[in-house]
Design a protein around this ligand. Sequence first.
Ligand code: DX5
Ligand code: ZN
Length: 228
Amino acid sequence: MFTKSHKLIAPSILAADFARLADEVARVEAAGADVIHVDVMDGHFVPNLTIGPVVVEWVRKVTDLPLDVHLMITDADLYIPEFVQAGADCLTVHQEACNHLHRTLQLIREEGAKAGREVMTGVSLNPATPVETLSTILPDVDMVLIMSVNPGFGGQKFIPFCLDKVRQIRQMADAIGHTDMYLEVDGGIKANNIAEVSKAGADVFVAGSAIFGADDYGDAIGAMKSVL
Ligand code: DX5
Ligand code: ZN
């Protein structure tokens, strides 16, 4: 589970040096990261391939930070048990990639219960997907992830219209009293736009290139936190 005492910075290890992954995770942890964001891509839902449960399992061994696993894959139900076993704390699936989203969210909770811990349910929306698609399922969602780039690659530019979607989904959640819902934004987050995203209602901020591309991870995370 995440801790909602403050707004959370979630470095995306997609931009890390994979040959030194344990060291990279330790460095962002020491630099003030709150959550580790893990991008899982299948070369099918998105045009890129990344990592699977094995890497999550090894990252789990080197940090106590919550692992926020972003599944950019089809057939997520086939892999959810393995990601839970590997130690994911939050599993986010894409609305566009799930034919039976309610069943998938139930599966995440059931697998968490089997493993003896609570695994958060997350649902992500691509930039072009309207927020209204989540209106019925919202009470079952612990975290909504608004993509602010088209998923598949790090280092892309923040798409400005996504800011309105952040406002809209926060309003939808507040309107049903779902005030403890996390709202995460992913893609093109930098120190110079994070304040605006935060003001729109987001409370978990994924950043890959802005953190791992910096000389000093502490400075990069510090610059973001100072404007939240
Ligand atoms: C994109 C991934 C992101 C990505 C963010 O598909 O979901 O998490 O790593 O990278 P930056 O912060 O560089 O846009
Ligand atoms: Zn991501």
